[in-house]
Design a binder for this molecule. Structure first.
Ligand code: NAD
Length: 505
């Protein structure tokens, strides 16, 4: 790297339009996993400033809900234009803060652009139904109205896209957004907010407080969680976090969308195209250094193909390039921090104690001691026990044999997470079973592609300990609006439903 990382960070943020002080005395250190060094020290919010931001958003809601939806869509259209102009810079911030490759960083921004384009179209399609009524001279319909302030809490590993899945829909639905990014990736959020502000300036007359960010950790997130002025809390992160946030929002009868951890698996059947499966598994399990919510963490391989596929996978694990993605074209970048490496070590040791054979998993020296790079680990397990049942947020793939597809699907579904799943097969029957009611119990079930890399057109999310939330495409927009059922009597009589009589003479 020719330019020092902190200087590159400042230049990149300046190119996005950020004018905020990035070296605040006593501010929170922002550590880049690329080198383990602090690239900025940012001011953080506290409970009072968070509450003020929510108040501003609540005031903005009163105006924004009255702006016609297609006009709200125009703001999102302008934002998509600004995103296109700043794609490289925002992608670079993702690399600096989350350690992703430039291609993955740019991909995340592309995902934002895609959901914005989707939301612009949606702004003319926020439709309800007209429903048959049992009463003569009546009409029944449902209408959709803006909901209120949407609080968005996001995880470090996707510092941009999940915010945008929520924000683009919320804004066209008539809802202001308050965003608390991960404390590990505040700079990407600050850069993104500056890009959004450029769109706002072009739009002209949007209310103040339409989109705000709050910098800080769980204590700031809790202000969003607990505020009755936040109508919907969309929280992305670990199941541990969801266990706290979900009940607290429910206790005040707020709405929540929970996008939590997964323990995603693939099944490789006898008829699979093994070359395709190998490439899909390698990307799904090692890509983003195993730090995607949809990372493939478990693999069930049929006995008849195990001895062909697994040695090829082991060779891929042994040879995959590991390095600083801003300096090399390495496929595997750093872990986010030392705690992630510690958790990986514990899981590998426990797997070994349970009879697993570990390939890889050792630290690889890249740059300074403070940066944590590891060789992804493939662990051959005799059975699905111990750490295989849990999501460890690191590149570990547990591989198990199977002989009966029904039993493999039972094991597949036996874990807490319910986010993403894949089957590799060219057998129509196996494919349909996997996608049927007795198949995968996940929110995402794929055939002949890996578990990660979803498109925005579909609803994204998962079941069980993944939280049950859905965001992004399909009809996920409905969560950001309130539904009203309207019955209109245009007759001269007053017939009551269900034939009830109440004659006051
Ligand atoms: P994390 O749970 O540690 O933090 C996520 C966010 O929640 C952060 O902004 C954090 O400050 C906030 N938070 C934590 N405790 C909170 C509390 N008590 N109240 C309010 N906010 C709180 O997760 P992480 O380490 O940043 O991300 C990795 C995890 O996120 C993995 O489990 C991964 O599977 C999951 N994830 C899920 C999805 C999905 O769409 N399902 C997407 C990305 C990541």
């Amino acid at each position: 790297m020719t330019q020092p990382l902190s200087e590159m960070t400042r230049d990149t943020l300046a190119a996005c339009g950020v004018s905020r002080d990035l070296e605040v005395a006593g501010g929170q250190a922002v550590i880049s996993p690329l080198t383990g060094e602090a690239v900025a020290h940012v001011a953080t919010d506290d409970a009072a400033s968070a509450a003020s931001a929510i108040d501003r958003a609540a005031a903005a809601f009163r105006d924004w809900r009255l702006v016609p939806a297609p006009k709200r869509g125009e703001l999102v259209r302008l934002f998509a234009e600004e995103l296109r102009a700043s794609k490289e810079e925002l992608g670079r911030l993702v690399s600096i803060e989350a350690g992703k490759s430039p291609s993955e960083g740019a991909g995340e921004v592309q995902e934002m652009i895609d959901i914005c384009d989707f939301a612009v179209g949606l702004s003319r399609q926020l439709y309800g139904l007209t429903i048959a009524t049992e009463r003569p001279g009546h009409r029944m319909m449902e209408t959709w109205h803006p909901l209120g302030v949407v609080g968005i809490i996001t995880a470090f590993n996707f510092p941009l896209a999940p915010w945008c899945w929520n924000a683009a829909l919320a804004l066209v639905c008539g809802d202001p957004v308050v965003w608390k990014p991960s404390e590990k990736t505040p700079l990407t959020a600050i850069g993104c907010q500056a890009v959004f502000d450029r769109a706002l300036a072009r739009f002209g007359d949007a209310p103040e407080g339409l989109s705000q960010i709050l910098i800080g950790g769980p204590e700031v997130g809790e202000v969003i969680t607990d505020s009755p002025k936040v109508a919907l809390v969309s929280a992305t992160g670990s199941t541990r976090m969801g266990r706290i946030v979900g009940p607290r929002v429910a206790a005040r009868f707020g709405r929540s969308i929970l996008e939590l951890g997964g323990n995603n698996a693939g099944i490789v059947c006898p008829s699979a195209d093994l070359d395709m499966a190998l490439r899909a598994i390698a990307f799904g399990a090692m890509g983003t250094a195993g730090q995607r919510c949809t990372t493939m963490r478990r693999l069930f391989v049929h006995d008849s193909v195990y001895d062909e596929l697994v040695p090829a996978l082991k060779r891929a694990y042994a040879s995959v390039s590991i390095g600083n993605p801003l300096e090399t074209d390495a496929l595997v970048g750093p872990l986010i921090d030392a705690a992630a490496f510690d958790a990986m070590g514990v899981a590998l040791r426990t797997a070994q104690e349970a009879g697993g054979t570990v390939h890889g998993g050792e630290r690889v020296e890249v740059g300074p001691e403070t940066a944590i790079y590891v060789r992804p680990a493939l662990v051959e397990m005799p059975a699905q026990t111990g750490p295989v049942m849990e999501e460890t947020f690191a590149p570990i793939l547990y591989v198990m044999r199977y002989s009966d597809l029904d039993a493999a699907i039972e094991d597949h579904n036996a874990v807490g997470g319910g986010l993403s799943s894949s089957i590799f097969t060219t057998d129509l029957r196996e494919m349909e079973v996997f996608l049927s009611a007795r198949g995968s119990d996940c929110g995402i079930a794929n055939v002949n592609i890996g578990t990660s890399g979803a498109e925005i057109g579909g609803a994204f999310g998962g079941e069980k300990e993944t939280g049950g939330g859905r965001e992004s495409g399909s009809d996920a927009w409905r969560a950001y609006m309130r539904r009203a059922t309207n019955t209109i009597n245009y007759s001269r009589d007053l017939p009551l439903a269900q034939g009830v009589t109440f004659d006051i003479g």
